[in-house]
Design a protein around this ligand. Sequence first.
Ligand code: SF4
Length: 186
Amino acid sequence: MIITDRNNITTDELIRLALEAGFTSAGTLDMSSLVFREEVRAMCAADKCRSYGRSWSCPPAVGTLESISARAAGFARGIIVQTTGSMSSDFDYGSIQDTGTRHKHNFDTLVRQVRMLFAGCLPMGAGACTVCAKCSYPDRPCRHPNKMFPSMEAYGLLISDVCSSSGLRYNYGPQTMTFTSCILID
Ligand code: SF4
């Protein structure tokens, strides 16, 4: 897709850009659904994904709920994007991993493009940052602050709520897996 007017790019054009990047679904983000919740942070603290306190992209390094709420309040619009994959069974971990990898690749591509249009945009991905084989947290500063982005969960968002408020499904049915991310713009 060729962007002809960087200053007046519409949300629909950004959604088209996202679909061209490979996402299976994309839509307008309902900004009122951005409620940053302590209970989601508590799930991070349970450390089931083994990333809590081990990455600049995860709590507690990503800052307080108050700081992210204040930052998000400075944005007027955004888009939400999803990658859905099929699984041969509920235990098809290979397909889950493949879909996650595809989603990360799609989102990296989209963030790179959107940052060229809106340098100050705020991307929120899915899962911990995997740019480096081993995160430098906490001993050294992040090696790639312009490449990394925290996840929606790390910021305390309940993804199912954000999806349904934004007109997208959270779950696309049995034996599917969906990864969701968003970008705040303007
Ligand atoms: S870019 Fe590297 S150092 Fe920075 S958060 Fe990601 S993994 Fe950690």
